[in-house]
Design a protein around this ligand. Structure first.
Ligand code: NAI
Length: 685
């Protein structure tokens, strides 16, 4: 016997069917079973004239229980519940608050009317999980908004707020006062009437509007199979009877639900959710943050300032140099102006954000800040000096954060009298866009300072991942290993463009050599020079990047790097001079080039990432294995639908992986450090 998740209360002649499955009232087998029983009572009880479906707590059904999606779905399934509502002669009104997403919104679309509390969000985000709506979403939504808009909404997984939902007809009314009372009143008004969406005609739409919406959705959705499947299901509503459309939609849903891509996307979903859990910080209470000071108005500082302004903080942007401050202020102003011009935000919101910004060269004003984020040059000496100054001027209890990419946080904290207040807040560029944020734990960082970093990260709408303090933290350490492996492969016989093409075909937004050219080869060059003294002389070292830099090829900004960038050319051009330089580097080492096909390039990259992930986990730099997947997908353009290296490793299994890593070690040569995959594969860790 499953636990009761639905109860039927009575308000005169109206049944109030309460879904009570905390915390988010997820649609589960027990919920569906309870709904079936309640609808049967509604049908058979002559004293009842209609019903209201409502969620207990602070939300309607915010989504389906994804844990059920990997197994055969238990009966009754959602389409059966919706059919029972549609077949019942008495009206059923959905009362929505919080979120009505996925199966929750499909259930609402199966009702005769939808009343929502202000602030409710509705939407069908299934496509983002590798599936399509499977309980009529693709068939009923177009009957309200038409085919082109339904394509845009379903293929992007857009969440629509109640005001916009009302304007679009997705809900029938916003309830100003008591939601339950308003919905009961509405159900009573409908007594004796049904107004099912299935009986509505699909609004006519022009072929070109449909084609445009489809093309835009496919492009934005990276041409993933579920996007095309959703489009096909929606377009079919123009010509197919609804019951056939529903059956076809369900069949596609069932097929995609168990596909590898959906499995990988569910893995990411759970990995992101888990990354927010920190057993060691549970007891820590985040400090109260209202004012944020950002030090350094460069690329990162201005992006961080924008992210903080967008989240409603008061921001003080500080510099050492008037011209740099001016450039930063202009960058921020231009950002808001272009957002307004592009219709992304309204002018009043932009003005309110800009009004919360103060730019200054007057350092004592740091005393106003509850959180200081340093984003000055990446040099330990410079950062230590800046932290000394911050320490002298900040109020007691302020959290002091560094945005360093690679430097030792403890060495930075040691420059202050309060290392317990120092943490790393590692943003990714552009800082106002990228979801990932690494929260770095120094050896003295106080739990409540770290909890503050996590809370601020969430308020900035980022995905904060807690990491240990080690060179490159989690993300840049993985990326460095990945880059190194790609350079090995070039030395062994692949061309940079072959490597880039293989990884772009795999789904990376850009290949590593195109990325290197874009960010400039000089940064890594300087870093390699700084490491000369500490590098293991026996370890394999590829000289190709150094040779490029020595000839002045520093990437896009100098017109040439791994590729050529002639004036006016839209794409990087392959350069025979680079091929010659690589050929020479190989012959200098006596390497006979071998052929590497795309599959091998992709496989060696995955193995390298798996190996590095195992090392990071063993060293305690990554807290849990799946954090690696969260970091790569949200900060480095790793294709979400591939799940991540840890997903890949678990699929492959221990025995095969050990053999793979033997092979990787042999290919990589001296300096290779082998990780132990046991901890990585332990799904309970
Ligand atoms: P940037 O060179 O664009 O900006 C640095 C700014 O700091 C300049 O405006 C400079 O005038 C200012 N500055 C330097 N010394 C200062 C001091 N003593 N007091 C006050 N201001 C000072 O550099 P960017 O790219 O913004 O990087 C800043 C930090 O962010 C570095 O630690 C970097 O490693 C880190 N970072 C950079 C990323 C990127 O993609 N650019 C990504 C993640 C982190």
């Amino acid at each position: 016997m499953r636990q009761q998740r639905v109860r039927l209360e009575r308000d005169g002649d109206i049944a109030v069917i309460v879904i009570d499955n905390p915390p988010i009232n997820a649609g589960s087998a027990a919920v569906r079973e309870g709904l079936m029983a309640a609808i049967a009572t509604l049908k058979s009880d002559a004293s009842l004239q209609g019903a209201v479906l409502i969620g207990a707590g602070n939300t309607f059904i915010a989504g389906s229980d994804l844990r059920e999606f990997g197994q055969p779905l238990a009966e009754p399934q959602l389409p059966t519940v919706i059919k029972a509502i549609e077949d019942c002669s008495k009206p059923v009104v959905a009362a929505l608050h919080g979120a009505a997403l996925g199966g929750g919104f499909e259930l609402a679309l199966g009702c005769d009317a939808r009343i929502a509390a202000p602030g409710t969000v509705v939407g069908l985000p299934e496509v983002t999980l590798g599936i399509i709506p499977g309980a009529g979403g693709t068939q009923r939504l177009p009957r309200i908004v038409g085919i082109p808009r339904a394509i845009a909404m379903i293929c992007s997984g857009e969440r629509v707020g109640s005001a916009a939902a009302l304007a679009a007809g997705l809900i029938d009314a916003e309830a100003e006062g008591d939601l339950r009372a308003a919905a009961v009143g509405h159900a009573r008004q409908l007594t004796g009437r049904k107004q099912r969406l299935r009986d509505r005609a699909v609004p006519a739409a022009g072929a070109s509007a449909i084609a445009d919406a489809s093309a835009a959705a496919l492009k934005a959705g990276k041409r993933r199979p579920q996007v095309q499947a959703a489009i096909d299901a929606i377009v079919a509503t123009a010509s197919v009877a609804i019951d056939d459309g529903l059956a076809d939609e369900r069949a596609v849903f069932q097929r995609l639900r168990v596909s590898r891509e959906a499995l990988a996307l569910r893995h990411q979903f759970f990995a992101e959710r888990d990354s927010a859990k920190h057993p060691t910080l549970e007891a820590a209470k985040p400090r109260d943050i209202r004012h944020i000071a950002v030090i350094g108005a460069g690329t990162m500082g201005s992006g961080i300032a924008i992210a903080a302004l967008d989240a409603g903080y008061e921001v003080l942007l500080l510099e050492q140099e008037a011209a740099a401050l001016e450039r930063g202020a202009t960058r921020i102003h231009e950002h808001y102006a272009s957002r307004v011009k592009g219709g992304k935000i309204n002018a009043a919101v932009a003005a309110a954000c800009e009004a919360r910004l103060t730019t200054s060269l007057d350092w004592p004003r740091i005393a106003e800040a509850d959180l200081v984020i340093e984003a000055v040059f990446e040099e330990l000496g410079v950062k230590q000096q800046v932290f000394q100054r911050i320490d002298a001027l900040s109020r007691p209890g302020a959290v002091l954060a560094s945005n360093t990419s690679y430097l030792d946080l403890d060495a930075i904290a040691a420059a202050t009298s309060r290392p317990q207040d120092v943490i790393g807040l590692h943003f990714f560029s552009p800082a106002n866009v990228m979801k990932l944020m690494e929260i770095v734990r120094g050896k003295a960082s106080a739990p409540d300072a770290l909890a503050t970093g996590l809370a601020v990260g969430r308020k900035l709408k980022k995905l904060p991942v807690l990491t240990g303090n080690a060179f490159g933290f989690v993300g840049n350490r993985l990326y460095a290993a990945y880059r190194r492996q790609c350079e090995f492969m070039v030395e062994e016989g692949a061309s940079p463009e072959q490597v880039d093409a293989a990884l772009e075909a795999f789904g990376f937004a850009m290949g590593p050599f195109a990325v290197a050219d874009l960010s400039g080869l000089d940064i890594a060059w300087r870093m390699r020079q700084a490491q000369v003294a500490t590098r293991d002389p026996a370890a394999r070292y590829v000289h190709i990047a150094d040779r490029l830099c020595e000839t002045g090829r520093l990437g896009r900004k100098t017109g040439a790097g791994y590729y050529r960038y002639p004036e006016g050319a839209s794409r990087p051009q392959v350069d025979p001079a680079v091929a010659a330089l690589i050929a020479k580097a190989r012959s200098d080492k006596g390497i006979a080039p071998r052929e590497l096909v795309a599959e091998e390039i992709q496989r060696l990259v995955m193995l390298t990432l798996v190996n590095e992930a195992a090392l990071l986990l063993a060293e305690g730099v990554a807290e849990r294995a799946t954090d690696v997947d969260v970091v790569l997908v949200n900060g480095y353009g790793f294709p979400r639908w591939e799940g991540g290296p840890v997903f890949w490793a678990r699929e492959r299994g221990a025995e095969a992986l050990r053999a793979d890593l033997d092979e990787l070690g042999a290919l990589s040569g001296p300096g290779f450090v082998r990780g132990d995959v046991n901890q990585l594969l332990d799904t309970k860790a």
